[in-house]
Design a protein around this ligand. Structure first.
Ligand code: NAI
Length: 333
């Protein structure tokens, strides 16, 4: 029996989470889910957006599945996602980018992995008003975090039998900060002679991603570039409603839907649960449930290949629960 922390989240979060829970249980994985609120719901109930009970639950279970959390723009509380990564030191963000059968997209053959440093850069949130009309935002890059994420990328390359890691940076302009990130990458790469280490300036990398994405295998970026480029990569294979994501550290891992809470369609039961399901599949592999993960993935791919049961965002009419039912039915065939 696995104990897993479940954060259904806001908006479409609970809708997609309940479908994913149903599919995981139908695959025969025995899970005791510890359900927790975060963000606005937690603020209302407990007076804080990231309750200690939730953090303790993840620290105890070492693994969590998380739906999207609404973050107020420009005001209000700070991002729960960023807070969670900081509090648990989930330093590596991992996003496999792969097209699904029958889903219209620009690069159906694409298969790359984005590794993003998750704890520093401009996301350290160190902003202040210098004088009225002038704000300063500090970009923090450390040798420790840059070395550890580079090592994670190369280790992941080995684990997944990947051939190349490309670091994208702006060390031509930010010679000290991105320069340090690049130096650490190059130093770590020497320990992995079996894997090609390449680097590109991030603006060029973006153009190359749009024009010839197949040249990339694993892409390594600091926090802000990683945030932007990983969404760009999701767009290459059909969008945020489809790709999975994980935040991994020494203390545990949080597998998440990378899309937002989609307030425009929340409550209608029409959201696509694929992104969270794919994160759930990654999670099952992480906790050693490889057979169940393969079983769900095979069934999910079969449903996509048949193309009969599709949610609205990819041109179908199926409800969230109907899509989940189709996958469960396939698993039972
Ligand atoms: P969003 O991802 O929620 O929505 C963008 C568009 O994609 C909408 O038209 C939505 O209907 C559609 N969409 C997203 N996920 C879908 C799914 N699974 N199935 C079908 N359609 C889907 O992005 P938006 O509107 O910028 O953000 C809404 C809220 O979500 C904001 O408060 C934002 O801060 C939060 N957010 C949270 C994230 C997280 O918790 N990881 C990530 C991104 C945004």
């Amino acid at each position: 029996m696995h104990r897993i922390t479940l954060i259904p989240g806001d908006g479409i979060g609970p809708e997609v989470a309940s479908s994913v829970v149903r599919i995981i249980e139908a695959a025969g994985v025995e899970v005791q889910w510890e359900t927790h609120f975060a963000g606005a719901q937690a603020l209302e109930k407990f007076g804080e957006t990231l309750p200690q009970d939730l953090l303790d639950s993840i620290l105890r279970n070492k693994v969590a599945l998380k739906g999207p959390i609404t973050t107020p723009v420009g005001k209000g509380f700070t991002s729960v996602n960023v807070g969670l990564r900081k509090a648990l030191d989930l330093y590596a963000n991992l996003r496999p980018v792969r097209a699904l059968p029958n889903v219209p997209c620009r690069y159906p053959e694409l298969d790359l992995i984005v590794v993003r440093e998750n704890t520093e850069s401009l996301y350290a949130g160190l902003e202040h008003i210098v004088v009225p009309g002038v704000v300063e935002s500090l970009k923090i890059i450390t040798e420790k975090a840059s070395t550890r994420i580079a090592r994670f990328a190369f280790e992941h390359a080995r684990k997944e039998s990947r051939k190349k890691v490309t670091a994208a940076h702006k060390a031509n302009i930010m010679k000290l900060s991105d320069g340090l990130f690049l130096d650490c990458f190059r130093r770590v790469s020497l320990d992995y002679p079996d894997i090609i280490a390449d680097d590109k300036i991030v603006d060029n990398a973006c153009m190359q991603l749009v024009m010839r994405p197949e040249q990339f295998d694993i892409l390594l970026l600091e926090n802000l570039y990683g945030d932007i480029v990983s969404d760009l990569c999701a767009g290459l294979v059909g969008g945020l409603g489809l790709v999975p994501g994980a935040n991994i550290g020494e203390k545990g891992a949080v597998f998440e839907a990378v899309h937002g809470s989609a307030p425009d369609i929340a409550g209608q039961g029409i959201a696509n649960p694929t992104a969270l399901l794919q994160s759930g599949i990654m999670m099952l592999r992480y906790i050693g449930e490889r057979d169940a993960a393969d079983k769900i993935e095979t069934a999910m791919l079969a449903v996509f290949t048949e193309g009969k049961v599709r949610t609205r965002d990819i041109g179908g009419t199926a409800k969230t629960a109907e899509f989940a039912d189709a996958i469960i039915q396939k698993m039972n065939q």
